[in-house]
Design a protein around this ligand. Structure first.
Ligand code: NAD
Length: 227
């Protein structure tokens, strides 16, 4: 990290679990209890809106009191000090921006932003939680601005993440199972060294130059003190 002139970070849900946000595929993850196809696809939004709304309302209520942990703040400090250039994240929680990271590419959107699927107007969190219709077009189509299975990724975030990872001399991949396509292809683009920081070994030996098996917060604290 001291030698690299271009370090980029790529994070997944494991970055946020120590802020008490469950991941999807970890041992206490959502997908151990719920079938993703029933709640997080564009089809479920159209065919089963009440179940869709209930799932996202539960997640939004859980997010109400969460805060970034020390690891998020270390990454924000790394950006300020020029130690990292940017973060590309699969997370929808907004915790990297709450911690202070500015060069942030949210590849799967942000759950705290509410929009209308029909007319694209911005809605309020309260209206979504209360099950209200869109205040502009009056249709019952409010939803969080997250990328559902079966939807396109936001082009701007994708292009920026793609370019920055491609140019990275060092890529830190933190807390992701690398199972979600197409974002799981991004680490392969780096022309530099790729390091995994994850609490379980993903295998995939040929994709990484180094693996640090441990929790994101503790590993980042150690890195911070070593730097
Ligand atoms: P995932 O659930 O598929 O994988 C998370 C990985 O992180 C697992 O390998 C797990 O063992 C590891 N992990 C868990 N806690 C960790 C910790 N403290 N330190 C290090 N590693 C830890 O998550 P994913 O790969 O990001 O893909 C899931 C998708 O779900 C993403 O598209 C994302 O949008 C969405 N998601 C986001 C959030 C969030 O915003 N926090 C939460 C759940 C799911």
């Amino acid at each position: 990290m001291k030698e690299s002139n271009n370090t980029v970070v790529f994070t997944g849900a494991g970055m946020d679990t120590e802020s008490n946000i469950p991941d999807f595929r970890g041992k206490d993850g959502w997908w151990r209890k719920i079938d993703p196809k029933s709640v997080a696809t564009i089809d479920s939004f159209h065919s089963n809106y009440e179940v869709f709304r209930e799932f996202y309302s539960t997640r939004l209520k859980l997010l109400k009191n969460v805060k970034p942990h020390k690891g998020h703040y270390i990454l924000a400090d790394f950006e300020k000090r020029g130690i990292i250039k940017s973060i590309a994240t699969q997370n929808v929680s907004g915790l990297h921006s709450s911690a202070g990271n500015q060069k942030l590419y949210e590849l799967h959107g942000n759950i705290n932003v509410i929009k209308c699927e029909n007319c694209n107007a911005k809605g309020t969190l309260k209206d979504f939680l209360d099950g209200k219709s869109c205040s502009v077009c009056k249709k019952e189509e409010l939803r969080p601005a997250v990328v559902l299975f079966g939807e396109q990724l936001p082009k701007d975030a994708w292009d920026l993440a793609y370019d920055s990872i491609k140019q990275s001399e060092l890529l830190l991949v933190i807390g992701t199972s690398l199972e979600v396509y197409p974002v799981n292809q991004l680490p392969k683009l780096s022309k530099g060294k790729v390091v995994l920081i994850n609490n379980e070994d993903l295998g995939l030996d040929s994709d990484f130059d180094m693996k640090i098996i441990g929790k994101a917060k503790a590993v980042l604290e150690q890195l911070d003190s070593l730097i």
